[in-house]
Design a protein around this ligand. Sequence first.
Ligand code: SAH
Length: 213
Amino acid sequence: MDEYSVARQRMVEQIARRGLREPRLLAAFERVPRHLFVPREHWPWAYADDPLPIGFGQTISQPYVVALMTDLLHLKGDERVLEVGTGSGYQAAILAHLAAVVHTVEFLPELAARAEKVIRELALDNVICHVGDGSLGWPQAAPYDAILVAAAAPDVPPPLLDQLADGGRLVIPVGGRGFQSLDVWERRGDTFEHEASIAVAFVPLRGEHGWGK
Ligand code: SAH
């Protein structure tokens, strides 16, 4: 329990009211203290269903979108997961409660360091933080049963499809710099099926298969 327990419970109820009711998913949102992932001046708003600035022009996604993207991965608990765009580290912390191992890659070293500090303080030992261009994936630890991209790509980066395990799922916002479609890809052997979910607005994915530097 902490001073934000009640606010956090309300946030979880709101996610459930919007249709995401899987008990393991909701339990993960109950366990992760979102306020620790945002700058202290934003703590009073940490449990509203809104994105918040985390510095360097980046944002932590709104809780409902984090929940939806996580839900679309269909995690059972034994998966190896790759997240591209660590940002605050909040999404990685949620994934840590729902999968076996989470590799998360962040482009900006300062953000990566801050996220890793919170993740270590929470003793989420199954999260491994990396600094680099996640539009190339993280080939050293591939393949992954699930890949979540938290920044908007002009197209699906081919390395991410390559690094997906058979039966694996990839969730990624694809489209222009303003709005994108949240796409879900699933690998079946050497073929890929994909479908579009909702419209979203993410910060741009940088790097080789993103929008560049
Ligand atoms: N999942 C985050 C939200 C991240 S916002 C959270 O829970 O807080 C998107 C992040 O992607 C930003 O921190 C941005 O710096 C990072 N990013 C953008 N392009 C990237 C790339 N090519 N590789 C890794 N990270 C990238």
